[in-house]
Design a binder for this molecule. Sequence first.
Ligand code: PMP
Length: 387
Amino acid sequence: SILSRWRGVQDRDGGRTIRMASEDARTVKKDIRVGVEGLIGSTPLMKIKSLSEATGCEILAKVEMMNPGGSAKDRIALALVERAEAEGLLRPNSGDVVYEGTSGSTGISLAMICRAKGYRAHICLPDDTSTEKVDLLEKLGAEVEKVPPASIVDSRQYVNQARARANERNSDDSIEGRGLFADQFENEANWKAHYDHTGPEIYQQTGGEVDIIVMGAGTGGTISGVSRYLKQLLPNLKVVLADPPGSGLYNKVKYGVMFDIKEREGTRRRHQVDTLVEGIGINRVTRNFDVGRRLVDDAIRVTDEEALAMAKFLVEHDGLFVGSSTAVNCVAAAKYALNTAGPGHTIVTVICDSGARHLSKFWKAVGPIGGELGTSSLEDILDLSST
Ligand code: PMP
C-alpha cells in the first residue's frame, strides 16, 4: 500500500519524506486539463544539444509537435472555431460543418477540434498529400475531398474548393446546418493565436533572452504572430525566414518581389514548386504573412538535400524524429548561426510536427539510419557557401 511504501521511506530518512509529502499536499494545486482543447499550447522549449554544440549558439526549439493533434495547427484550429462561435457563425450539435483547404496539419487539428466541440469537418486537399495524413483525417471522421494538385497553375485550388463548398451549403436552405469556411491563410484569428500564446510562451520560457528567431511560413501565421509579440519587447530581435525550394517568400523578403527575375530576358517567372517539404513555402503574400512581413529581417533558402540530411542528423545525434518543415527550420537556424550570427547567441526555432506524419514521402527519401552513432558534422551536411 502507499502507506507502507511511505513508511519504508520514512524508516530510511528519519521521517523527512513524510513531512514533505504532507506539506506538498497542502500547497499543491489541482492540475487537470479539460478535454483535448485543454492540451493545446504551453508546449516545452527544448535545447537541441547537437546543433548548440556545433554552432556555439544556444539553439532552442518550441516543441509544437507535443500539441494533442501533433502540430502548432491545433492552436489556430481552436482559435478559428472559437472566433466563429463568438460571432454566432457556429452552433454546436446543430449540423454545422467547418470547411478548410489544407495539405495537412490544419485539417487534422480542425477534425479533432470539431469532434470535441460538436461540428463536422470537411477537408479539401491536393491528392498527392501523404497517405498517413489522409488516413488520420478519415480516422478522425472528417469528410475528405481530394482535388488535383495544381500548385503551379493555381496554388489556391483546394482552398477555393473549400470556400465554394461552404457557400454551396449556405445557399441551400433545405440543408440542415450552416457551413463555415475556416480560411487559415486569410483569417486573422490565425496570427493572433500566436501573438496571444506562442509569442508570450517563448518570452516566458527564455526569460526574454532571445536574439534570433528562425522559421518557415505556410500561412505565415506563426512567424507574424510570434514576431509581432516579441519585437515589441525585444527591439533588437532578428527574425529570419526559412524557405524551401519553389517558394517565392525568400525573394519577397530579400528583394521585395515574389518572382525570379530573368534579367536578360526581362521576364518574371513563377517558381516551380517542386520539393519534398510539406507545410511551408508559398507563392503569394497571404494576409497572415503580410501583417508581419516588415518584421522579417532576413531569409535563408534551404535545399531538399540539406533538409533530408538534417532530418537524419537529428535522429543520429539527438534521437529527435522530425518532419520536413522542422528539418528546414533547423538547417536555416544552423546556417544563420554559423554564417551570420556567430557564437554566443540564443536562437529559437520550431519543431512543427513529428517525422511520423512524413514516413511515406520525406522520410522515404531520407533513407536508412545506420547502426553506428552519428559522426557527421554540420559542415558535412550543409552547403555553407549559400544563403
Ligand atoms: N510546418 C508544418 C508541418 C505546417 O503544416 C505548417 C503550416 N501549414 C507550418 C509549418 C507553417 O506554419 P504557418 O502556417 O503558421 O506559417
